[in-house]
Design a binder for this molecule. Structure first.
Ligand SMILES: NC(=O)c1ccc[n+]([C@@H]2O[C@H](COP(=O)([O-])OP(=O)(O)OC[C@H]3O[C@@H](n4cnc5c(N)ncnc54)[C@H](OP(=O)(O)O)[C@@H]3O)[C@@H](O)[C@H]2O)c1
Length: 365
């Protein structure tokens, strides 16, 4: 989008924040219409994932990760405010929403399905298959063709729709050749139940084989200032093949915002951070210099740590679309503003070098 519009939206942002959320929504017989607040950008920035007929235009270059609204974060908020949050995101021109069969399992797709009803056809709805689910618990992988087809039927019911815009395989299943997975998704695309195909946490060899059988729109994999594994072979493969890249946990499950500290407690029944090495009090403390460096960069420029972390990801490649998750409208707005910050070349180099010089402790998972 035009740089001037983008900058004025950023500048205006801090002043209009309160009024933005207070402005009324227009409800009509045909469903909810867009927020008419003139401070909203009429045309947000866009990024393109994928190429050719399997490309997707994503507003702001940022999506909304919906998982934490029902799963893997310490509290599970009430449904009503989460439905309102998803609808608010649409009002703010967010058009890329991420969920999965596994989130809950099932209850996150049900939540998203209910929330998007008024504007289903105007958004890019992303979901995933690929886990084996036994008695409501994830138990290994299952990408057998019959299971993929069955999962998609059930996902469509939960999402209250007849197609998924972008369907990812959640994890590579070592028991099923990727060509069979891609072939099954190809059939679903022919049937109109799926529009585009993606993989998550796949290695270059599987990316290549899958893409040859059915062109991939995106690879979704963890990537953030603290988890930089995709740099190199993975991002190079995506670039070579014209596949978009969707960083999940782009603010490292709140770690990079500065909100997580050594006293933070996680609900062991629901929150997966309790089981991840980087969230123990000792490791959070050991990695604090990274948080300080991010906050320091932001403090000089009127940005929060979350905004710096997201803007840095956006600066890596023009075909990267992070999907930060949140349960709060204030965080949603804050995160969207990161699309307006453009690093200069020198800034990006100096900041990246500074970050690279900080020793990171603790494995990713
Ligand atoms: N493909 C996969 O295997 C995979 C795995 C994990 C996640 N995902 C997808 O990626 C999405 C995002 O990942 P994630 O939720 O794991 O991690 P994330 O987006 O890095 O972090 C989300 C956490 O950060 C907090 N947060 C967000 N914005 C904030 C802000 N501006 N200031 C302070 N705190 C903020 C949220 O809390 P509040 O609610 O308080 O804002 C939440 O606890 C998920 O929703 C899911 O769709 C995919």
């Amino acid at each position: 989008m035009e740089a001037n519009n983008r900058r004025s939206f950023l500048k205006a942002g801090s002043l209009i924040g309160a009024s933005l959320f207070a402005s009324p929504l227009l409800n009509t017989a045909s469903g909810k219409e867009k927020n008419q607040d003139s401070s909203m950008p009429e045309k947000p920035t866009q990024r393109i994932l994928g190429t050719g007929k399997h490309s997707l235009k994503v507003n702001y270059g940022l999506g909304l990760g919906c998982m934490g609204m029902s799963w893997h974060r310490t509290f599970i908020p009430d449904r009503k405010p989460m439905i309102a949050l998803i609808q608010k995101a649409y009002d703010m021109n967010v058009n890329f929403f991420d969920t999965a069969e596994a989130y809950g399992p099932w209850r996150n797709e049900e939540l998203v399905g209910e929330a998007i009803q008024p504007f289903r056809k105007k958004i890019i709805l992303c979901s995933k298959f690929g886990f084996n689910i036994q008695n409501g618990k994830l138990s290994g992988f299952n990408s057998k063709p019959a299971n993929i087809k069955e999962v998609v039927e059930q996902s469509l019911k939960r999402l209250k729709t007849d197609y998924v815009d972008l369907l990812y395989q959640h994890r590579i299943d070592p028991a099923v050749p990727i060509e069979d997975v891609a072939g099954t998704v190809k059939d679903l695309i022919k049937e109109g139940k799926v529009l585009n195909f993606g993989l998550s946490e796949a290695d270059p060899a599987n990316i290549r084989k899958a893409h040859a059988a059915q062109p991939l729109t995106a690879l979704q994999t963890e990537y953030s200032l603290i988890s930089r594994d995709p740099e190199g072979e993975i991002l190079n493969t995506c670039e070579e093949l014209g596949i978009g890249f969707v960083p999940y946990s782009p603010i490292a499950r709140a770690l990079l915002t500065g909100y997580i500290n050594p006293l933070t407690k996680y609900d062991a029944d629901n929150d997966n951070r309790d089981s991840l090495p980087r969230y123990t009090p000792e490791v959070v403390k050991a990695n604090w210099p990274l948080i300080e460096a991010i906050a320091d960069f932001g403090n000089q420029r009127g940005l929060t740590a979350s905004q710096v972390s997201l803007a840095w990801l956006l600066a890596q490649k023009p075909w990267i679309v992070p999907i930060p998750g949140t349960t709060k409208q204030a965080h949603l707005q804050e995160n969207l503003w990161s699309a307006n910050y453009e690093f200069t070349g020198d800034e990006l180099k100096a900041f990246t070098e500074k970050i690279a010089g900080i020793k990171i402790t603790g494995a990713r998972n």
